[in-house]
Design a protein around this ligand. Structure first.
Ligand SMILES: [Cu+2]
Length: 214
């Protein structure tokens, strides 16, 4: 395979010097997944939170790269993939999921289309601690760049303990970004999870995870 890639690259470059890393990169089979994040609850955030996420599985490493723009500034943002335990395909919630008609799609209202909270993208995803305080923080401009490398077998083991199946099925999941400032006034109708303040769990962006290469 490495030989084939080298030959292809060489013929395309008319015999110019080849870079060694091009051929090395081709030897490991990779799975690549991406999500484009669209804003949710922009009436509350007063901004259109967007971004991209990329998940690369190579050998026993899952690399997750999440870039977010225009999120509420200078605060921690919870982020997870959500999905269905039965592995049906999750989709992002929209205004249609505002069942109680309060103008806000809270995290419990996302469940019929997005399923449940599954894997956190904080400092240590394989710990599966959804309520940790090691999620990324946005800067003054509301953006942040997050990258983590996760031992895949560890994550799959933890995932199986929680959901009974070690397969992550990334292409059946959605990625949510959460969080508005703690002093944001929200109606009492806005639900949350357990005793976590609704400001922490309020969804502000979501993207469907799609497989782009393997
Ligand atoms: Cu979440």
């Amino acid at each position: 395979m490495a030989l084939g890639a080298f030959a292809l690259a060489a013929s395309g470059c008319n015999g110019s010097q080849e870079k060694e890393e091009d051929t090395v990169a081709q030897t490991a089979p990779e799975e690549v997944y991406e999500a484009r994040l669209q804003s949710l609850n922009a009436d509350i955030t007063k901004t259109q939170t967007t971004g991209t996420a990329r998940f690369i599985i190579s050998g026993d490493t899952l690399t997750a790269v999440i870039n977010v723009q225009n999120a509420p500034a200078e605060m921690e943002h919870w982020q997870h993939f959500h999905g269905f335990v039965n592995d049906s395909v999750a989709t992002c919630a929209s205004a249609e999921q505002d069942k109680n008609g309060d103008g806000i799609v809270d995290v419990t209202e996302t469940e019929p289309v997005s399923g449940t909270t599954m894997v956190p993208f904080n400092a240590r995803p394989a710990d599966m601690q959804l309520g940790s305080d090691t999620y990324p923080r946005s800067g003054a401009d509301g953006s942040y760049q997050y990258e983590v490398k996760v031992p895949l077998s560890q994550l799959e083991g933890a995932f199986a303990k929680s959901f009974g199946d070690s397969a992550l099925h990334l292409d059946r999941r959605v990625l949510y970004i959460h969080g508005v400032p703690t002093d944001t006034k929200l109606p009492a109708s806005v639900a949350s999870v357990g005793d976590i303040p609704a400001q922490v769990t309020l969804p502000i962006a979501c993207g469907k995870i799609e497989k782009v290469a393997n």
